[in-house]
Design a protein around this ligand. Structure first.
Ligand code: 4AD
Ligand code: MG
Length: 433
């Protein structure tokens, strides 16, 4: 094909009346005998490529007529606005080159069952809805990182292979490490605490692994988490950071991803409420609320999905629940000095019944209590010696949280299940593709 500018389909508006080259995959095709309408997609948009018998040679026309769904091709033509065409533009084709004529495609444009779609996740990703979700995911990740970068947080990468549990020993993925046990990380937090003592304000962004034997709409075995950690910061600072971060990330998605949210059928109005201050409830108040709603719930129990849903449905924006019973939470939480039976922990629950998207709080600063917590939680002290050192050499009040990308994305996009919020979900019975 002679040298004409190659453009992405989302750029066609800037090339009206010009001859351009586009590359893409065949999404759909119609024919009126003398004219072929090829709907191409390239991941940025769609275009209707019009091939008429008299504008290309006979051989090209016949090859185009035989094109199958997802065949890959390069097309040259003149751009014309046409509101009836998918994507709003038409290409009057003058040349066409086929990379590959696709074999019979397993995903038709009709509905498929979820297991079939998950088995074909590598192809399912090409459909407009999944493309939209991945674009919003990209924006969410970028917004989280930009938010922290602009506030002086330094990105510090946490290890994936670890020797100690962060979030309880029951959900550890164990692997052989030259004859010893190593675990896939459940959270970078403990390492971020070390890094915060070096750099002040830090964060990590990476995958986390949990061997959760639960099959829910909210659980993945592998998920991605953003974890900021701050030295000289208390529970209040931690809540403020979470509040501000969720506000900015939601604003950024609304600013940049309108068309994706519309394609997903997401109501925008609930997202526009995400502004500080978020409602705050102590655990005690949350328990009272649940009991007032008629739910059987004892002080000291941990919230499950039904409780989180009930609480979050009371508010039009994310709600912060703080000061949980120590027994509900991990070993590293600072007790409330006023009431040692509760810890300075906080969770943020997303509205519309989505439940917990953030977990964090103020970290235990004293070494004596930490050692007794190791014993209480049956944790091998040897593996945490370095972590104890942080309490021996200039311990300070510090706090941070973990934000689950898939949970946040599921809520922002209005997805029923987190499995669509990650490119290749790892679930209880799924390691393929
Ligand atoms: O509440 P979690 O377990 O907290 C921690 O891991 C802390 N160490 C984080 C920190 O303070 N730096 O997990 C944090 C968030 C949850 O609120 C949720 O959004 C997400 O991670 N998450 C999961 N997402 C999908 N699948 C799972 N199995 C998840 N487990 C946690
Ligand atoms: Mg949690």
């Amino acid at each position: 094909m002679p040298a004409v500018k190659t453009v992405r389909l989302d750029q066609l508006a800037h090339h009206q009346g010009q001859e351009v080259v586009v590359c893409g995959w065949l999404y759909n095709k119609r024919s009126s005998g003398k004219i072929l309408f090829l709907i191409l997609r390239d991941g940025t948009g769609f275009v209707q490529a019009v091939v008429s018998r008299d504008s290309v040679d006979e051989e090209t026309f016949r090859a185009a007529d035989r094109l199958t769904q997802e065949s890959s091709l390069r097309v040259r033509g003149t751009v014309r606005a046409d509101p009836r065409a998918p994507g709003g533009y038409e290409l009057q084709v003058t040349a066409l080159e086929i990379f590959q004529r696709a074999e019979e495609y397993p995903l038709s444009l009709k509905e498929h069952g979820i297991e079939f779609l998950l088995d074909h996740r590598h192809l399912w990703l090409r459909t407009p809805r999944q493309v939209a979700i991945m674009r919003v995911r990209h924006r969410v990740v970028k917004a989280c990182r930009d938010f922290l970068d602009e506030r002086g947080f330094v990105l510090v990468d946490a290890p994936i292979l670890t020797g100690a549990a962060c979030e309880g020993t029951t959900t550890l993925f164990r692997t052989d490490y030259f004859g010893r046990s190593a675990y896939l990380t459940q959270s970078g937090q403990l390492y971020m605490e070390a890094a915060a003592m070096a750099l002040g304000k830090v964060y990590c962004f990476g995958p986390a692994f949990r061997a959760e034997k639960s099959k829910t709409r909210r659980h993945l075995m592998e998920f991605w988490m953003v974890e900021p950690e701050m030295a000289f910061a208390d529970l209040e600072d931690c809540i403020s950071l979470a509040e501000e971060m969720l506000t900015v990330v939601t604003e950024e998605v609304l600013r940049h991803c309108r068309s994706e949210l519309e394609l997903l059928g997401r109501k925008l109005e609930p997202l526009t409420h995400v502004k500080p201050p978020f409602p705050r409830l102590s655990y005690d108040q949350a328990v009272q609320l649940l009991q007032a709603k008629g739910r059987q719930f004892e002080w000291g129990d941990d919230f499950g999905a039904p409780e989180e849903t009930l609480i979050s449905l009371e508010f039009d924006r994310p709600v912060v629940v703080h000061r949980y019973p120590a027994a509900c939470k991990a070993f590293y939480m600072e007790p409330d000095p006023q009431r040692p039976e509760v810890v300075l922990a906080m969770d943020v629950l997303a509205p519309e019944g989505y439940g917990e998207i953030i977990g964090g709080g103020q970290r235990l600063a004293g070494s004596e209590l930490l050692v007794s917590k190791f014993r209480e939680h049956h944790l091998p002290e040897e593996a945490y010696r370095w972590y104890l050192d942080l309490r021996r050499f200039g311990s300070v009040p510090h706090s941070g949280f973990g934000l689950g990308i898939e949970r946040l994305l599921a809520w922002i996009c209005g997805l029923r299940h987190v499995r669509e919020a990650i490119p290749f979900p790892r679930m209880l019975n799924r390691l393929y593709p």
